[in-house]
Design a protein around this ligand. Structure first.
Ligand code: DAH
Length: 335
């Protein structure tokens, strides 16, 4: 190669900073119209005797240029890779972003505890709608037309015969409509009442229970509820049944446990009585069976219902219901 050309090539090569420019340089020298290519083409115009000499020289130049370009290309690619790796480097010594753990709301916690206990005793879990027909919320549960529970003061009416369910008991009826005895399920969920003060919120949670078969007696009800209450509040918790009234059970009972705060000696929470009312229960009324087509001569059953907020307040000694719904993290984080 003419020394000048070599010098020019090397200077140009030196100034290359990226593979794209380098490619252009390769085209300039080795491309179809490149410097070396046109030199090769011009060989034919030389006298035949000189062709081998110059031919060899041009080939040597071509090899030299090719070699130089390849070396440079490898260098540039390596440089680019290093730059990329540096740009993408992750400092694994930096502290991570802290994501605080979520908590289960105390009401949901009690709810799953209650559900777990009954599931262990063979109950399945049934769900029903929160927007409910008057028929399921009242009628089929043997509430007479003029029953005070239907009053505007308690019930949120959506329209004439559609309400927000005031209890989970309608799920008893829906559950029985779907199957034949034996029946054994619980129905947890939200219920609504037009009521708001320190001990009432317009929305709260209940768990309903129902068991129907041949020869189900009040003793079965006592056994199941005592077992439940002992698992929930401890094996030594006293339990008592008091006669009561619900339209959909006969006989009906309210169930108390010995006050878990004062141990029965009497305090503010149990209002000095030593007992806390914890749930309602009873033997399913024959009229309810009538609505779902069960023969009351063949089948008997029991039902029960409890308020989850109340159980949670007692379990954790919480004295203000509103704490459950204010979403104050200082309160919720304690669970
Ligand atoms: N549904 C009643 C209420 O909301 C609670 C209840 C009482 C449910 C007795 C029952 C039961 O299943 O047998 O106050």
């Amino acid at each position: 190669m003419v020394e000048d050309l070599k010098q020019i090539f090397l200077t140009e090569l030196e100034s290359m900073e990226n593979p794209a420019d380098l490619f252009q340089l390769r085209v300039k020298y080795l491309g179809k119209k490149g410097v070396i290519t046109s030199q090769l083409k011009s060989l034919s115009s030389l006298p035949p005797g000189e062709r081998p000499f110059f031919g060899k020289k041009i080939n040597d130049d071509k090899n030299f240029i090719e070699g130089q370009l390849d070396v440079k290309e490898a260098q540039l690619r390596e440089k680019e890779l290093k730059k990329q790796l540096q740009a993408e480097a992750i400092d694994i010594t930096l502290p991570g972003k802290f994501t605080p753990f979520g908590r289960v709301h105390p009401v949901n916690r009690t709810l799953s505890e209650v559900v777990d206990i009954f599931v262990r005793m063979g109950f399945s879990v049934e769900e029903g709608p929160e927007v409910e027909l008057d028929y399921y919320n009242f009628e089929a549960l043997n509430f007479p037309k003029e029953h005070p529970a239907r009053d505007m003061q308690d019930t949120f009416f959506v329209s004439g015969d559609i309400v927000l369910r005031t209890h989970t008991s309608p799920v008893q009826v829906r559950g029985m409509e779907k199957r034949k005895p034996p029946v054994r399920f619980i129905a947890p969920g939200k219920v609504y009442r037009c009521d708001a003060d320190i001990t009432h919120t317009p929305m709260f949670h209940q768990v309903e229970g129902l068991m129907v078969d041949r020869d189900i007696t009040f003793s079965n009800l006592k056994g199941i509820l005592e077992t439940f209450l002992h698992q929930m509040f401890g094996p030594d918790t006293p339990v008592r049944f008091r006669p009561s009234f619900f339209p959909f059970t006969e006989p009906s009972a309210e169930v108390d446990i010995g006050c878990i705060l004062c141990g029965g000696s009497g305090c503010r929470v149990c209002k000095g009585s030593g007992w806390l009312e914890i749930l309602g229960a009873g033997m399913v009324h024959p009229n309810v069976f009538g609505h779902v087509g069960y023969d009351p001569e063949e089948y008997t059953g029991f039902a029960f219902g409890m308020g989850i907020e109340r159980i949670t307040m007692l379990k954790y000694s919480i004295d203000d219901l509103r704490l459950f719904f204010e979403n104050d993290m200082r309160f919720l984080r304690q669970f």
